[in-house]
Design a protein around this ligand. Structure first.
Ligand code: ADP
Ligand code: ADP
Ligand code: ZN
Ligand code: ZN
Length: 740
């Protein structure tokens, strides 16, 4: 047993729990009830922390940091592997092939039996190794070219902002460097300059000679300037820099290797008459069949390991990917499944695997494959814990643990533990939501008109032309990889739209619901009025800040080789405010205690129209359980998306097109109604709402559906059905809805 006593992280109310090892346990419960606090912040954090402790300090500094949970006892743990939906991320050298190790097997295959035989080692087929990489693109497959045409607006003069690069404003440092030279006709639009004048501005060099001018020693043209500031810098680019690079460069396929990433020698080697570059472009499912045909006994173990891995990828709905696909382009759900495959191949046993909503992004048809993977991991002798809302996963689990009964302070307890069939008879939010009859779709709303996506051919889309009704709610459905996101991206490109995604709410580390909703000022005003002091005395970023921790509440000590130590500030006890600020109260609360209120409580206790206006939309989208002072950086993807929906509700202006990607992510069954009410409100406000969704209840309640398929990748990309949901027949989605 994994045994937990007195767990108190975040909202947990001294939870005692025993989870059987070697089994599959699902953690369910309303949003914000404490599932993640228990599974990630308590169980995973303790296991991670203890494993880190076994390493020497200098190594520990390089391992992921785990904050030790608050609990009286946690025992029976094993080393933990967390498989979450964080995207695989930012490195252009990482592909589906490298991350799943399938590329390693392919390299072995080519180095052993390739024709011609190159000899040497398999790194001759590695694009991340100098021995194999294409010299022109260093193995990236793409070459970045500076797009000088995008630097300049020829219709303007220098002073009017002809240089479009960031920072070249009239009177600014960079622009003045050029205008002060006196050789450029600063008052004429660039169009009427001579070729050499424009050339000198962009490149310097021979153009300067032809102009007959003597440049200062530190002169550089705009291209050299751009390379220095944007391209030849460290790897950690700020978002602003990244945007500038995207705007002023083009990335094209590498002219030498044509995207294969390898040098000429490696590109010429074939197995079964195909180059490794060709295999990198095949869909995984087909590649498996092809590789299975390699007969050579010398590589039999490599072939069987590779085929097994590829088939596992196919089994969890990744058969449509190709090994050359950059992991940066994978969605959260795809990333999670790729990580799962990696661990299936592991021969370690008695590990602890923790999954965060593994069914996200999966069509009901694909959910079964994912469940099969979870069961395989368990059957190999591991303990598998899954945070999940999908009843199909609860149904196969050995146990369901429900945390509840509600979100935030009203949650944090174990309200049920046992098999799924027993849960159905229990009296918990999950049981009640399960017992509720499926909603009968109300009569679909009448659209105002339609917009057309014309001849969409992005990724796998097969010249799709489709009408979307305006002023109603449309769902895009289909199995994973069928082309839903591609169609949505095309919609955004052709018609412009407000995209409400799950990326982190753009905000700095100190952002909280208070700062984000703009209620900080009205709150301070309430305190100013009650105390007779100026409002700034109640700001932890200003006069109200505790002098010793500068309003941070913690003091950071750098211990060089050891983990840096964050300790609570002794002066303010972590409250961040001066003693003077803390002396005054509104409705019995100090300014510090306001941060502990949930949004719902704040609406009840801080009677002020500006505060109400700022907060009530967050409540409307089911986030009433968030604390006012909770950093937005701690929100999940689904919560971030709902924060953004709330912002749209607040600002909703003229009729717009909204595109949402799986807004039910992280949402408990019970909260689906809340979400639907919000989407309905957008529609009633005259907006057009398009959502990518797998949740059958949301699909049933939409006014219109576009179902893509039939398969993934090359086998999808077509519209199978467009029309009213209730009339759809004969597709996998219709079957999932029970309409077939
Ligand atoms: P669930 O996983 O069930 O959605 P969580 O465990 O994420 O719920 O959250 C439980 C409660 O703890 C919520 O009220 C949430 O706002 C709060 N919470 C979660 N993480 C943090 C954190 N890092 N700091 C403060 N509060 C948090
Ligand atoms: P869905 O949203 O239905 O899961 P997508 O639109 O994401 O499907 O994907 C459709 C097809 O396009 C898949 O074969 C996928 O691998 C491919 N695809 C998606 N994004 C990219 C990309 N950035 N580069 C290459 N192929 C992509
Ligand atoms: Zn190249
Ligand atoms: Zn302090």
């Amino acid at each position: 047993m994994i045994r937990i006593r007195g767990a108190r992280s975040n909202n947990l109310k001294s939870v005692d729990l025993e989870v059987p090892r070697g089994s599959l346990t699902v953690f369910a419960g309303p949003s914000g009830s404490g599932k993640s606090s228990l599974v990630f912040d308590t169980i995973a954090a303790e296991a991670g922390h203890q494993v880190n402790e076994t390493y020497p300090p200098f190594l520990r500094n390089r391992l992921p940091k785990w904050t030790r949970p608050e609990a009286d006892e946690i025992s029976g743990l094993s080393p933990v592997v967390v498989i979450d939906q964080r995207r695989l991320g930012g490195n252009a050298r990482s592909t589906v092939g490298t991350i799943t190790d399938t590329w390693t097997y392919l390299r072995l295959l080519y180095s052993r039996i390739g024709d011609p035989h190159l000899g040497g080692e398999s790194n001759r087929f590695s694009f991340n190794d100098p021995a194999g990489m294409c010299p022109t693109c260093s193995g990236l497959g793409e070459a970045v070219e500076i797009d000088t045409a995008s630097f300049l607006d020829l219709g303007r003069t220098l002073k009017e902002g002809a240089i479009l690069l960031p920072g070249f404003v009239d009177g600014g440092y960079w622009l003045t460097k050029y205008t002060d030279l006196g050789w450029f006709p600063a008052d004429e639009p660039l169009r009427s300059w001579t070729e050499d004048q424009r050339g000198a501005l962009l490149h310097g060099g021979a153009h300067l000679d032809r102009l007959g001018v003597e440049p200062p020693a530190d002169f550089e043209g705009l291209v050299a300037w751009f390379e220095r500031i944007y391209l030849h810098t460290s790897d950690n680019l700020s978002d602003r820099k990244r945007e500038a690079i995207e705007r002023f460069t083009r990335s094209g396929t590498c002219p030498e290797c044509g995207g294969d990433r390898l040098n000429a020698e490696a590109r010429a080697v074939t197995v079964l008459g195909r180059t490794i570059g060709e295999l990198a472009l095949m869909e995984v499912a087909e590649l498996a069949d092809l590789v299975a045909g390699v007969q050579d006994a010398a590589v039999a173990p490599v072939v069987s390991a590779l085929v097994e891995r590829l088939r596992a990828m196919d089994a969890i709905g990744l058969g449509y990917l190709h090994l050359g696909r950059a992991t940066t382009s994978l969605s959260g759900g795809e990333s999670q499944r790729v990580k799962t495959v990696k661990h299936l191949g592991s021969s370690l046993i008695e590990m602890l695997y923790i999954f965060d909503e593994p069914t996200v992004g999966l069509h009901p048809q694909d959910v079964h494959a994912m469940i099969g993977l979870l069961e395989r991991l368990r059957d190999k002798g591991n303990t598998v814990l899954v945070v999940e809302h999908d009843p199909a996963v609860m149904a196969v689990a050995d146990q369901v643990v429900e945390i509840g009964p509600d979100g935030g302070a009203a949650g944090g307890r174990v309200v049920f533990q046992g098999r799924f069939d027993r849960l159905r008879g229990a009296d918990t939010p999950t049981a009640l939501a399960l017992a509720k009859p499926a909603p009968v779709g109300a009569a679909p709303r009448e659209p105002f008109g339609a917009i057309t996506i014309e001849r969409a051919a992005r990724n796998n889309l097969q010249e799709v032309t489709v009408d979307l009704p305006t002023g109603v709610l449309t769902v895009l459905t289909g199995v994973a990889g069928s082309g839903k996101s591609s169609l949505a991206a095309e919609l955004v490109e052709q018609h412009g739209a407000i995209v409400v995604d799950q990326r982190a709410v753009a905000a700095n580390r100190r952002s909280t619901p208070i700062t984000y909703t703009g209620i900080a000022a009205p709150v301070r005003k309430l305190f100013a009025k009650a105390s007779g002091l100026p409002a700034k005395y109640f700001s932890a970023n200003s006069e109200g800040a505790c002098a010793d921790c500068k309003g941070l509440g913690v003091v950071y000590t750098d211990l060089a080789f050891m983990d840096g130590q964050e300790t609570v500030c002794e002066t303010c006890g972590g409250l961040r405010f001066t003693a003077e600020a803390l002396r005054h109260r509104v409705d019995g609360l100090t300014i510090a205690e306001v941060g502990d209120l949930t949004i719902l409580e704040a609406l009840q206790r801080l009677a002020d129209p500006a505060i109400r206006k700022g907060l009530h939309h967050l409540d409307r989208v089911g986030l009433g359980y968030l604390r006012l002072g909770q950093p937005l950086s701690t929100l999940s993807g689904g919560e971030c998306q709902r924060v953004k929906i709330a912002r749209e509700l607040r600002e909703a202006a003229e009729p717009s097109l909204y595109v949402l990607d799986e807004p039910t992510t992280g949402l408990h069954l019970r909260d689906i109604d809340t979400l639907m009410a919000v989407l309905d409100q957008l529609v009633e406000g005259g907006h057009t709402v398009v959502v990518i969704e797998h949740h059958t209840e949301v699909i049933r309640r939409a006014d219109w559906i576009v179902d893509l398929g039939p398969g993934a990748g090359r086998h999808g990309g077509r519209v199978l059905y467009e029309g009213r949901v209730a009339d759809m027949r004969g597709t996998a989605t219709a079957r999932a809805l029970g309409q077939d």
